[in-house]
Write a new protein. Sequence first.
Length: 81
Amino acid sequence: MLLPKYPDSPTPPPAHTHTPVDPSPVRRSLPPVSISTGAVVAVLTGGVVLTALLAAVAVSAVAVAVAAVVLRSLLREHHRR
């Protein structure tokens, strides 16, 4: 039977030798952006106002739908008499 041949040295030589690579180009960082407190407050206030308006429109739509169902029910009763 064929037996495998083992290397004489316990550690094999590296298959790839490391070559130094040119340094990567320096990345330019973005300029610092300063956000004022007034801008943050304005954005938050606008968000709160828009959310409140959206909630008011939703509540009004539900109220109109309920009123339409009640009126339709009353008119149906009136026509049956």
